[in-house]
Design a protein around this ligand. Structure first.
Ligand SMILES: [Zn+2]
Length: 111
């Protein structure tokens, strides 16, 4: 996906989730696909390995970061962020696994 397409997609998703004062920008980070800067109200997408990523992975990265913006600073990957990921439909595999785990706990609890 080209930078301009990512920016259009990102802006569309920001608007959808009422984050109109947030922006999409790019960096060259080798460790993270995405980052969220609360001071600058900017979601950064790394272009370092961007050609290797599928469109779905790029969209998932944007949604992962949007979940951070909705959850608030310093919340990390804790429950609030996970719940927002569910709502946003983030497709990262471990979230599905965690969802199954939570459903199992609820099922056992309700027995
Ligand atoms: Zn994260």
């Amino acid at each position: 996906m080209k930078k301009n397409t990512i920016r259009i997609l990102g802006n569309r998703l920001l608007k959808k989730y009422n984050l109109k004062d947030w922006n999409i920008d790019f960096n060259n980070n080798k460790e993270y696909y995405g980052a969220c800067n609360y001071q600058r109200k900017t979601i950064y997408i790394s272009i370092y390995d961007i050609d290797k990523l599928s469109d779905t992975h790029i969209q998932d990265t944007i949604l992962h970061e949007i979940s951070h913006t909705l959850s608030g600073e310093y919340t990390g990957h804790r429950l609030k962020w996970i719940i927002n990921c569910y709502r946003l439909g983030v497709k990262e595999k471990w979230i599905y696994l965690l969802n199954e785990f939570i459903e199992l706990i609820i099922a056992v609890h309700n027995q």
